[in-house]
Design a protein around this ligand. Structure first.
Ligand code: FAD
Length: 474
């Protein structure tokens, strides 16, 4: 092609992986180009993932608080939701504000941003196509880039299941985040964290939600005693949870969708305004010419990388949802910094000893490091301690005394190797324990650290007190 330019560090994708890699690479003195096919930066997380979902959850909480504050002597005449305004707030004041911020950061770091879709030609070259129809492919249109180093950060997309083609009233999580009205009836297939978070949000906003979950437990990556606190609350919100349910087919009609599923060998049907399918995501490794390179993938379509994020091709790195490990934004952030550092010759390495996981249900779930069962599997002898939020003044004064903090420590040394929290503020509280697990602090370190009173962090100290044998408020 006559239109070839040479670049140093090229990054495909501007999600949590891509934009953070760009910033770090620029900080380390590299000349960086980011290629993004979407018309906004920020990837799934900022546009159709973490950020907008939390905005809808907030709106749901506000409505519920307005409706149910009689206990505190507060009554509102009538609390209603104008969902057009809710969506406008989410889009303009939350999502756009955050994506604009990323744009500004990329500019500040002099990162070149090219809008278009990248297709790989080989291990050192790619082409950029205008996003959209592919007719340019045949006549060799688009720009060709020769790169020294490449970071792949192309993310993931929703999985479609048999019988549920995404069309009309059968929607993915993106469709679920962008509904124009609060549905009266919403069926959610897949009670993982995405499905359950949105189930809570739409139930709070006034929908009747049915979750069809294939396994015996919703949010199966958290422990049973934690999830049961959330389950009770979802049911209180009126959510119908059907476990061991196999979704068979969804049939669109003009005004609704009929979902057929099987439970205990019996076929059942439920009619709803929308059916949202959130059964998982697949890595975007099959749609941009990766097969033209010598980069190796696993049988699940993930890209194999070393501890610096380097693929088997030394100048090509991969980060985020396209590599093994939990598909979480903060994991992508971390891998991004590691890969950018590696390209600059730094001795960076990914260390996944404590990747926190959070689910923004009511109350929130959070965990880091090992569970008791995982420790047992690894043959590690542990002690554990649990302190309930019911014994915490702040939780009680917030009228949110549900849930607990659990700490897991090595029996011989007291070193903290894991923690689980279900309760108010769990998403924020887990950071302290992520530091503890990552830095291999022991229970005594936490017990001897003065925690402010009255705060939701105190149950962490109380659990540590139990671990060292001197419980206080229990
Ligand atoms: P992505 O964010 O998927 O970004 C990839 C980018 O690459 C996209 O912008 C895409 O357009 C671009 N791209 C792809 N192919 C090409 C190409 N060929 N050329 C040019 N550009 C290309 N995670 C959390 O940690 N916390 C949460 O609370 C959370 N909530 C979520 C809620 C929902 C509803 C969903 C769907 C996900 C949520 N996640 C959450 C997961 C999180 O969004 C992902 O883990 C994260 O976005 C992955 O980042 P990434 O950089 O790997 O990829």
């Amino acid at each position: 092609a006559d239109n070839v330019v040479e670049k140093d560090t090229v990054i495909i994708g501007s999600g949590p992986g891509g934009y953070v890699a760009a910033i770090r690479a620029a900080e380390l003195g590299q000349s960086v180009t980011v290629i993004e096919k979407s018309d906004t930066v920020g990837g799934v997380c900022l546009n159709v993932g973490c950020v907008p979902s939390k905005a809808l959850i907030t709106a749901g909480h506000r409505l519920q608080q307005a409706k149910h504050s009689e206990t505190y002597g507060i009554t509102t005449k009538e609390a209603t939701v104008d969902f057009t305004k809710t969506q406008a707030w989410k889009d303009e004041k939350v999502v756009k504000r955050m994506t604009n911020g990323v744009n500004m950061l990329l500019k500040k770091h002099k990162v070149e941003l090219i809008q278009g879709e990248a297709y790989l030609d080989n291990d050192t070259q790619l082409r950029i196509m205008p996003a959209g129809p592919r007719q340019f492919m045949d006549n060799g249109g688009g720009q060709t880039i020769k790169f020294k180093n490449l970071i792949l950060a192309t993310g993931s997309r929703p999985v479609e299941i048999k019988g549920f083609k995404f069309e009309d009233r059968i929607i993915d999580s993106t469709g679920g985040l962008n509904l124009k009205q609060v549905p009266k009836e919403l069926v959610i297939i897949g009670g993982g964290y995405v499905g359950t978070e949105l189930a809570g949000a739409y139930a709070d906003l006034g929908a009747h939600v049915t979750i069809l979950e294939g396994t015996p437990q919703i949010i199966p990556n958290f422990e049973k005693d934690m999830v049961s606190v959330v389950k009770k609350n979802l049911e209180k919100k009126g959510v119908t949870i059907i476990n061991n349910a196999m979704a068979k087919k969804g049939e669109n009609s003009k005004d609704n969708v009929t979902v057929t599923y099987e439970v205990d060998g019996k076929e059942e049907k439920v009619v709803a305004d929308y059916c949202m399918v959130t059964v998982g995501r697949r890595p975007n490794t099959d749609n941009f010419g990766l097969e033209m390179t010598s980069v190796k993938t696993t049988d699940r379509g993930l890209i194999e990388v070393d501890e610096q994020g380097r693929t088997n091709v030394p100048n090509i790195y991969a980060i985020g949802d396209i590599v093994p490990g939990p598909a979480l934004a903060h994991k992508a952030f971390f891998e991004a910094k590691t890969a950018a550092g590696a390209i600059s010759g730094k001795k960076t390495a990914n260390d996944f000893i404590g990747v926190p996981a959070v689910c923004f249900t009511d109350p929130e779930l959070a965990s880091v490091g090992m569970t008791q069962a995982e420790a047992k599997d690894k043959g590690i002898e542990v002690s554990s301690a649990k302190f309930p939020f019911a014994g915490n003044a702040r939780a009680v004064s917030l009228d949110a005394p549900e849930g607990f903090v659990r700490l897991i420590a090595k029996k011989d040394t007291g070193t903290l190797i894991g923690a689980q929290i279900v309760g108010p503020g769990a998403s924020d509280l887990i950071s302290e324990l992520s530091v503890a697990v990552n830095c291999q602090l022991n229970a005594e370190d936490i017990a001897l650290t003065i925690h402010p009173h009255p705060t939701l962090g105190e149950p962490i100290q109380e659990a540590a007190d139990i671990l060292i044998g001197y419980p206080t408020h229990i």
